[in-house]
Design a protein around this ligand. Structure first.
Ligand SMILES: *Cc1c(COP(=O)(O)O)cnc(C)c1O
Length: 406
């Protein structure tokens, strides 16, 4: 009888040989952290290097990325409270010194109590937080919850606008017993979209105005930890680095955009090298010949003009391979480009391996990453699918096996 693990039902391909996997390069992750360490050393004061682990560590896998970066960074940023609690539990289980952690996303009143107990910082971004105050008081905490005030300086997402700040953030001064304001943050709207940072500079001005208000309101407290820079601003707007930077996409070895790359060369003099961390591979399910004239895949959108050796790969849009890349993408087999034929299916991808292999034995395909002289970047695959590398990697299935390699 076959044993069924109910927790895994529906999770993904059950057959480990016929499932794709992600390889994460620990040395490239460490290298990318060191790029930001050396940037920060170049500043006047030592700053905190923080890394953003939201979205399952940008699809790379929180459980795999956390152990590699934990020892070399100062702050860990999350969106979901449960991810921060997972990271605290990881520290405790391994006897590690606790890192500063901050949940950037929305926090429910009950979750705020859990964060306070775990010593995880939270972001107060709106007046709704008054509801958490009675709950926090009732919890009789040993220490208040450490919070960072989010100022909306022009993204139009979360945070108090400069108009709201004096009116709506007032409850913080009356809740000092349970909410300790330790920081202030904001987030840029378009630093990676442009090479001319006029809008970002206006956001910085607004941030300064908000900071001045908060500093006056919390004059008796320790100076606030100020942070506004994500990857792009950290690289191209040195004046935005303040006490901490929140490095997301660049931690994983990607430039936020071509514009950021151009600007970084000008601002930093030389271009730091970012090394992609992730490769995505699979073994073929079947390799076989199709006669000339055969159709391939749903909709019969592809017809082989000549006898074609195809490989059926156990990867599809369920796993995060974008269907929009149909007819445009290629994968790598034995260091050669192999075009994706016909449509990307839910669990299958068909590629032309006529010239990449000489027989019908199984092959290993690289969907993302390097194979010999060739590589497929997340930017390329995202481009074929008319999206961003950010979206592509964060949509890699949580069910995929992730292995950390050196
Ligand atoms: C996602 C995010 C970041 C990181 O952005 P990257 O462009 O990936 O570096 C930083 N701060 C906030 C508030 C975010 O939501």
């Amino acid at each position: 009888m076959v044993e069924v693990n109910v927790e895994q039902v529906g999770g993904g391909p059950g057959d480990a040989t016929h499932a794709s996997w992600l390889e994460l390069s620990a040395s490239n992750l460490r290298h990318n952290v060191s790029v930001f360490r050396s940037l920060e050393r170049a500043g006047a004061t030592p700053r905190a290097v923080g890394v953003v682990l939201k979205g399952n560590a940008y699809g790379h896998g929180l459980a795999q990325v956390l152990p590699v970066v934990h020892g070399s960074v100062d702050v860990l940023y999350f969106i979901a409270p449960q991810d921060a609690l997972f990271a605290r539990a990881y520290e405790q289980a391994n006897g590690l010194a606790p890192r500063q952690m901050l949940v950037l996303g929305a926090v429910g009143a009950e979750e705020s109590v859990a964060l306070a107990r775990a010593g995880v910082d939270a972001v107060v971004a709106d007046h709704g937080w008054v509801e958490a105050v009675p709950l926090l008081r009732a919890a009789r905490l040993e220490r208040p919850l450490r919070v960072h005030v989010h100022i909306d300086t022009g993204l139009g997402r979360e945070g108090f606008t400069l108009e709201q700040l004096p009116r709506e953030a007032h409850f913080l001064t009356e809740s000092r017993d349970v909410l300790q304001v330790v920081g202030a943050l904001s987030h840029f709207a378009n630093t990676e979209d442009v090479t001319e940072q006029g809008y970002a500079l206006a956001q910085l001005d607004a941030f300064e105005t908000g900071l001045a208000f908060l500093a006056a309101q919390h004059a008796s407290d320790a100076p606030l930890q100020r942070h506004i820079a994500a990857s792009a601003a950290t690289l191209v707007l040195p004046q935005a680095r303040y006490e901490a930077v929140r490095v997301g996409i660049a931690l994983y070895g990607f430039w936020p955009s071509p514009e950021t790359r151009l600007s970084a060369r000008l601002v930093l003099g030389e271009l730091p090298v970012l090394k992609p961390v992730l490769s995505w591979r699979c073994r073929s399910q079947v390799v076989k010949w199709l006669p000339a004239g055969s159709y391939v895949g749903y909709g019969c959108t592809y017809r082989c003009p000549e006898p074609t050796r195809i490989a059926v790969l156990p990867v599809g849009y369920y796993d995060g391979y974008p269907r929009l890349a149909s007819g445009k993408a290629h994968v790598l087999v034995n260091g050669r480009r192999c075009p994706v034929l016909g449509r990307v299916m839910m669990n299958h991808l068909i590629v032309d391996v006529t010239r990449a292999t000489s027989d019908e034995r199984p092959v290993t395909a690289t969907l993302l990453g390097r194979d010999g002289e060739e590589s497929v970047s997340a930017e390329s695959l995202a481009g074929w699918a008319q999206t961003l590398h950010y979206e592509l990697v964060t949509r890699l299935g949580a069910h995929l096996r992730r292995v950390v390699v050196e």
